[in-house]
Design a protein. Structure first.
Length: 509
């Protein structure tokens, strides 16, 4: 829909015309700045004489009180705020008139002058000259601030919370706390990278467009290469490409990048998301668990200054060691079912339904679900919500873990774990299968187990099997969603709060 200016926007458009008539470019090409706003304040505070500190600053106009000959205004930049003291005698009558009459909240301005402290005690800039940098045509949403128990509480400027995500630029502009979320996210990713680099891992990049998809149970997005006349897929995982590199004699590799899964949207799922995966030769899933708990704790210490965080009212201790419990023991504890007593899927489904009736709760047993899928459903419904402190759930069914090594003397389970924090599944790890014959048999068994229209069916990757035949060293692998870690580190309940541009349904007409 084409933009049609409302009455306020029309007024601002008229001001642009008046500015140009006065010889003022509302969108000039050049900017001068000597200090960011917090730097100007710090320079004044650190000067023992508190005088003579000259500064040229830039910021968005966020408030203005017109007292006639004097205007008290505040400007804000990325991480600071400063009061401007604008007097007619200091800047001249015409410049003063333009400042008063043709500027609006949201405009970007440059101001030069000398720092001082007002009689009210506020560090300010006594403006000697100023310049318009960018005229805001649309007014920003108004944030309501309220003092509660001595603390400043900010109320969202958006009555429709989804509009915050659709107009993230406006959300960021008026909410410093939202800007802080994404600073923490950026520092989290940087801290993770440093941890890997300090432990002899090599960061690599693998294809996003792939002729075959694999490494996870998910439906892919499909695209087409016109020149090559190829159907291609947006990757759902890095795994099979990263493990090829172990064959190529790299011992430790990791990647942080985007994955794409053609799935539903929820408070913890977004169709495109940032994933971290690593693979280390000569490790098993126990080594990977040791490394993971140290990695998350180190990132928290570096980014937040502590390993004890608060998430949605829960105090969570991220410091090692984390609890480790088998999947069988966890389901028996929270669902009251020892699933090993029901080795057939139909029998297990009946037991789950009986347990649900007894407890008066919904127990999911989809028609045709495999034994492993039923167990995974029990984990999600009955165990996961109870796992508040960091916990590794160990040893998963073989039929839902095609890339993991079997547990000795236990053909039903493999060396796989998932880790949970605050009732959220955060990541997945295996002692990786490196037997190419067994791997082919697992792939073929999956083809038979899933129906052709099953979301989770994967094609058999013959090139990956060929790579394995050259000899893949024993290794441990791991994957985690960076967005969920960002939720955890910023105490945000939904993944949309941790993504700058989350995927949203189309706005209804």
């Amino acid at each position: 829909m084409a933009w049609e200016p409302n009455s306020l926007e029309q007024q601002r458009l008229e001001k642009i015309d008046r500015l140009r008539e006065a010889g003022i470019d509302p969108f000039p090409r050049r900017v001068e700045r000597t200090h960011k706003l917090h730097e100007a304040v710090a320079a004044y505070e650190n000067d023992p004489e508190n005088e003579g500190i000259e500064a040229t600053v830039c910021g968005r106009l966020v408030s203005a009180r017109d007292m006639g000959k004097t205007v008290f205004a505040h400007i804000a930049d990325e991480d600071g705020r400063l009061q401007l003291f604008v007097r007619r005698e200091a800047i001249g009558e015409e410049s003063h008139r333009v400042f008063r009459k043709l500027l609006d909240l949201g405009d970007w301005v440059q101001a030069a002058g000398v720092m001082f402290r007002t009689r009210a005690g506020e560090i300010s800039l006594r403006v000697s000259n100023w310049k318009l940098l960018s005229k805001a045509v649309s007014p920003l949403p108004v944030v309501k601030e309220q003092e509660v128990d001595g603390k400043l509480v900010r109320h969202s400027a958006f009555s429709d919370v989804e509009e915050r995500y659709r107009q993230r630029y406006a959300d960021l502009a008026v909410n410093p706390d939202v800007r802080q979320v994404f600073r923490i996210r950026a520092r989290l990713i940087a801290a993770l990278r440093r941890f890997f680099d300090d432990h002899d891992f090599l960061e690599v990049e693998t294809p996003i467009l792939q002729p075959l998809y694999g490494g996870a149970a998910a439906r892919p997005f499909v695209t087409h290469h016109n020149q090559l006349k190829q159907e291609l897929y947006l990757r759902i995982s890095f795994e099979l490409y990263l493990k090829r590199l172990l064959v190529g004699m790299y011992e430790r590799v990791y990647e942080i990048g985007r994955d794409f899964r053609n799935e539903g949207v929820s408070f913890k799922h977004n169709p495109e998301f940032t994933q971290l995966e690593f693979y280390a030769a000569f490790w098993d899933y126990n080594d990977v668990a040791d490394f993971t708990e140290r990695m998350i704790a180190a990132a928290a210490q570096e980014v937040l200054g502590t390993t004890i965080i608060t998430y949605q009212g829960h105090e969570i201790d991220l410091s090692p060691p984390w609890q480790r419990i088998t999947l069988r023991a966890a389901i028996e504890k929270y669902a009251g079912i020892d699933y090993t007593q029901y080795p057939e899927a139909d029998d297990l489904a009946q037991a789950i339904q009986a347990m649900g009736k007894e407890r008066g709760v919904a127990a999911q047993t989809p028609p045709g679900a495999s034994w492993g899928k039923l167990i995974d459903g029990l984990l999600g419904d009955f165990v996961e919500p109870n796992l508040i402190q960091p916990t590794f759930i160990m040893n998963y069914p073989r039929d839902i873990s095609p890339l993991a090594k079997m547990i000795p003397d236990d053909p039903a389970h493999v060396e796989r774990w998932e880790y949970f924090i605050a009732g959220l599944e955060m990541g997945n790890a295996f002692t990786e299968l490196n037997d190419p014959i067994d791997q082919r048999q697992r792939f073929e068994a999956l083809q038979e187990m899933y129906t052709q229209d099953d979301d989770e069916i994967n094609p058999i990757d013959e090139d990956y099997l060929r790579a394995m035949r050259y000899g893949m060293p024993p290794n441990g692998g791991f994957g985690t969603g960076v967005d969920r870690l960002a939720m955890l580190f910023t105490d945000k309940r939904t993944i949309r709060e941790a993504l700058l541009y989350p995927h949203l349904r189309e706005r209804e007409s």
